[in-house]
Ligand binder design. Structure first.
Ligand SMILES: [Zn+2]
Length: 295
């Protein structure tokens, strides 16, 4: 990455993208941390996401920027993005998240020093030093029910959380892949320069959003083919119960058979994510389709 590295430690690297925006590249396999960011105004600092051990980001803020930490923007509620939140809540700061996460992250019966703001739609913040931040939630479930994008319009950067990630880290539990693809296609049509993905080694060009939507579309197509092969006779909904009894072994065999055919879609997915993760992603989406059917 061509950006200046200003910090390295704890399997974390921090890069300066602009005076007011820093990319925090973290380690997922070992430390279970998502990527993050620092938004630095003239008077204070905001951080994007609170991964496990994320309170170290408060030290990073102090040591690198010498300004108080004013708040956090959470891209969604999965553990690798919010499990480090608790120690932040003992501080005087503001947590911005999708309003759907409020009852989960900030149950009413608990007391915090931190203040929560649930975002529903678009919220624009104007920070000291002419730094604009735009927070935006989606109407529907996409990667998760609590997705929120963090945009820095002046830089053309959007922090997408895990709505966009490097292919092998895509995660589908609780996702609605159709509306996810739809939301990404709409986003891809907007203007932008870079994507700060929830997981990945560097910033992606904005065009990666469209590429990632294409990738998801192929995963969805493959999962649907597997779903139909599983029980073609069930398409008339007569044997709903059968789906409730699907076993992990059955799914594994089916996916393996499907991949062994080596179709163009299979080769495409393996080329993007590698053999193992290509299978995992289709398997996860297939399970989501099965759950949807049982529901
Ligand atoms: Zn993640």
């Amino acid at each position: 990455m061509e950006y200046e590295q200003i910090y390295q430690g704890n399997m974390v690297e921090i890069f300066r993208i602009a005076d007011y925006f820093y990319f925090r590249r973290a380690n997922l396999p070992v430390r279970e941390q998502c990527n993050g960011a620092f938004i630095v105004s003239d008077t204070e600092v905001f951080i994007v996401d609170a991964p496990p051990g994320g309170i170290e980001m408060a030290c990073e803020v102090e040591n690198l920027f010498h300004k108080p930490l004013a708040g956090l923007f959470l891209t969604h509620g999965h553990t690798d993005h919010v499990n480090g939140l608790a120690p932040f809540l003992e501080r005087e700061l503001t947590v911005f998240c999708n309003y759907r996460l409020l009852s989960y992250l900030a149950p009413e019966d608990k007391k915090y020093r931190a203040h929560f703001i649930g975002v529903d739609g678009t919220l624009k913040l104007h920070l000291a030093g002419d730094v604009d931040v735009e927070l935006r939630t989606l109407n529907d479930v996409a990667h998760s029910k609590g997705d929120m994008f963090v945009r820095i319009p002046k830089l053309g950067i959007i922090c997408t959380g895990d709505c966009v990630v490097e292919p092998q880290t895509a995660y589908f539990h609780g996702a609605d892949i159709r509306s996810w693809i739809y939301s990404l296609r709409k986003l891809a049509d907007e203007k932008g320069k870079y994507v700060l993905a929830g997981h990945g080694p560097s910033l992606f060009p904005y065009s990666y959003i469209g590429e990632f939507a294409d990738y998801l579309s192929v995963i969805e197509k493959c999962a649907r083919i597997c779903f139909m092969r599983f029980h073609p006779e069930l398409l008339d909904r007569i044997n709903e119960e059968r789906f409730a009894n699907v076993t992990t072994d059955e799914v594994k065999v089916l996916i393996e058979d499907f991949f062994s055919e080596g179709s163009q879609d299979v080769l495409f997915l393996e080329g993007k994510a590698g053999k193992e993760d290509a299978r995992r992603t289709v398997r996860m989406v297939l399970w989501e389709l099965i759950r949807e059917w049982i529901r």
